[in-house]
Design a protein around this ligand. Structure first.
Ligand code: ADP
Ligand code: MG
Length: 629
């Protein structure tokens, strides 16, 4: 029997392919993903039919082959899947693709997202025309008595169906690559695309080339010679670890897989094996990499798959923002191959996936914390950033993480939020009942302040990671009756306002004199002198910036919309310890110049302790000091 049909695809627009081509131009390499995954589907369908007893013939070894013939300028995709009858070609290839064509043209005249178009209109197969002048299908159905069929289309609205030449079950798609797409006729390019999309496909994919020219020394005249070689190799792993059960996997398997995904990365800290089948299907393995303070570098490392076909590594809408630093693989058949941004944003499953992942990550961290607190503390340097980021950005995560988030103090001791509250509440509650947590964002620069705080038995937290500014705000919002103050925001005895302030021993007149001496000695603007009664052991002069003021300025600097504060000049408090013996000495000195020198010296020492004394001022300080010795 000979099958002979010429037809015209019924659409109202002359030709949709130029439109498809135009839209899809930027990511036209996906033609290979579409055709190879169709081939894989076909192989899996015949396996299922056999398993169901609906096909009793020889199955053979499942195989998909991609063959490049650079000379003939063709790429062929062969499979031993279920094949198609001529009727099926008409139904699946002709009708499906074109039924919505006029709607398509209408709607997507201005579309930007190629995947959206392909997905919506079932144009997977037709993506072949992005790179081809002519596409040919040769196919033989598994069905009893089926005849081989051939379909040819040049990308216009007409096609031709006739008797085919395949003698074995399955389908061969041959692309006659167009002039603009010759880059795909290069072996290494095709290999790269296959590796990207097909590395973990469930059916072996063999890549073969015919007559590739390779360098082969020189001829007699010293000109480079080439030889023809054929290449043949399987490019994929059919059972990647996320398809297996965690019970069958060792740590080494997980680490090996990580190496395979990210060959040049350090080993991850730990991982989470994802596995859900209700209310959506999802498998995967997420790794916690070692992150130091480099938040941005590591993004977009999670790869999204749909039934082992790579889709994208832009998982922004599936994975919560704060977990974008994780690495690994997510596979969900509920996400279409041609997933588009707008699909992800609208899809309710995606939101569920998002909260599922958040929950799994939180559970895993809690488990690590419970099982091995010490090991967990050691990893905190790496995972702390995630956890804090998560607590700052996701309410739900905060609620879980509050039990395993750690605070570190300047003595390198670690506490949970609850433990820390208990530790400091007795000594660090102010007269209004607020517990005050004191922190340092730069312990070496703020050392003298930390020491003064420690003398009062105050604990000082370390808040020096990039996220800590935000984390401090979150803690203040979440923790009841708790506020945080940077250690250098005032003199130690005023960090936590209690009723027990020491009185200054100075009389009102003396205070006035001392204040004037200092105001004269300080020539720079922005320093407000104040006489306070501190412990005589404390420094004679301390320079501080108010906590509120400093935070507003920090926020303005980070672009937090506080530009009003950002434009304000720096404003410091200069606290003069009225009880220090140096102040008594200044009062005893009658020579105004000597008084001024002493005041200036004390002031510069305070600035020096804060790293605020630089340049000419520092030089002047040094020579004055030498003189004084
Ligand atoms: P989708 O894969 O989303 O169904 P495609 O446009 O990629 O859409 O393919 C359309 C249909 O053509 C498939 O559903 C399948 O029935 C048929 N088809 C495509 N390629 C093959 C193949 N290699 N073997 C058998 N059938 C195929
Ligand atoms: Mg398809």
């Amino acid at each position: 029997m000979s099958i002979e049909e010429k037809g015209s695809i019924s659409i109202h627009t002359e030709n949709i392919f130029p439109i498809i081509k135009k839209f899809l131009y930027s990511d036209n390499e996906i033609f290979l993903r579409e055709l190879v995954s169709n081939a894989v589907d076909a192989v899996q369908k015949i396996k299922r039919l056999a398993a169901l007893g609906q096909y009793n013939g020889e199955l053979g070894e499942p195989l998909v082959e991609v063959i490049l013939d650079a000379e003939k300028k063709t790429i062929s995709i062969l499979d031993n899947g279920l094949g198609m009858t001529a009727e099926e070609i008409k139904k699946y290839i002709n009708q499906v693709a074109f039924s919505g064509a006029s709607e398509f043209v209408e709607k997507f005249k201005d579309a930007k997202d190629a995947n959206e178009i392909i997905g919506k209109f079932g144009l997977g197969f037709y993506s072949a025309f992005m790179v081809s002048d002519l596409v040919e299908i040769q196919t033989l159905s598994y069905q009893d008595g089926a005849e081989p069929a051939k379909w040819v289309c040049d990308g216009s609205t007409s096609y031709e169906i006739s008797e085919g030449n395949r003698t074995t079950r399955g389908t061969t798609i041959t692309l006659h690559v167009n002039a603009e797409s010759e880059e795909f006729l290069v072996q290494s390019k095709l290999e790269e695309i296959l590796d990207k999309y097909g590395k973990f496909l469930p059916v072996p994919i063999k890549f073969g080339t015919k007559t590739v020219q390779e360098p082969d020394g020189e001829d007699e005249e010293g000109k480079p010679k080439t030889k023809s070689v054929e290449v043949d190799k399987i490019i994929n792993t059919t059972n990647p670890i996320w398809t297996k059960s965690p019970a069958d996997l060792s740590d080494e398997d997980y680490l090996d897989f990580y190496k395979q995904l990210y060959p040049f990365s350090e080993d991850p800290l730990f991982w989470i094996h994802l596995n859900v089948d209700y209310p959506f299907n999802l498998t995967g393995v997420l790794y916690f990499p070692k992150v130091k303070n480099d938040l941005d570098l590591q993004r977009n490392k999670i790869k999204l798959y749909s039934r082992q076909v790579f889709i994208t590594d832009e998982v922004k809408d599936i994975v919560p923002e704060f977990l974008m630093l994780l690495h690994g693989v997510i596979d969900s058949p509920d996400i279409p191959l041609n997933v588009s941004r707008s699909f992800l944003q609208a899809d309710s499953n995606v939101k569920k996936i998002n909260s599922y992942i958040t929950k799994k990550v939180a559970d895993k961290l809690q488990e690590l914390f419970n099982k091995d607190r010490k090991g967990y503390e050691e990893k905190w340097g790496d995972i702390g950033l995630f956890v804090k980021y998560g607590m700052v950005s996701e309410e739900k995560f905060y609620d879980k993480a509050k039990d395993f988030a750690l605070l570190t103090n300047t003595k390198n001791e670690q506490f949970t939020l609850g433990e820390y509250h208990d530790k400091v509440k007795d000594n660090q509650t102010d007269k209004n009942g607020q517990v005050v947590y004191i922190y340092s964002n730069d312990p070496s620069k703020q050392d003298s302040f930390i020491q003064s705080a420690n003398k009062k038995d105050y604990d000082v937290l370390l808040m020096n990671s990039p996220i800590d500014n935000h984390f401090i705000n979150t803690l203040e919002q979440k923790l009841e009756k708790t506020s945080l103050k940077r250690v250098d925001s005032s003199v130690a005895s005023k960090l936590i306002e209690k009723d027990e302030l020491l009185e200054s021993v100075l009389s009102e007149d003396q205070s006035k004199t001392v204040k004037e001496v200092f105001e004269k000695a300080i020539t720079k603007p922005g320093f407000n002198v104040e006489i306070v009664g501190l412990n005589p052991e404390e420094l004679p002069v301390t320079v501080t910036m108010d906590e509120f003021m400093r935070r507003m300025k920090d926020m303005a600097q980070m672009g937090g919309g506080m530009s009003f504060y950002g434009s304000m000049p720096d404003n410091y408090k200069v606290a003069i310890n009225g009880n220090h013996k140096l102040i008594a000495k200044i009062l005893e000195t009658t020579d105004a110049e000597a008084q001024g020198k002493l005041a200036k010296q004390a002031m510069d020492l305070a600035l020096l302790a804060q790293g605020m004394l630089t340049g000419a001022e520092l030089t002047e300080f040094v020579s004055r000091s030498v003189e004084l010795i």
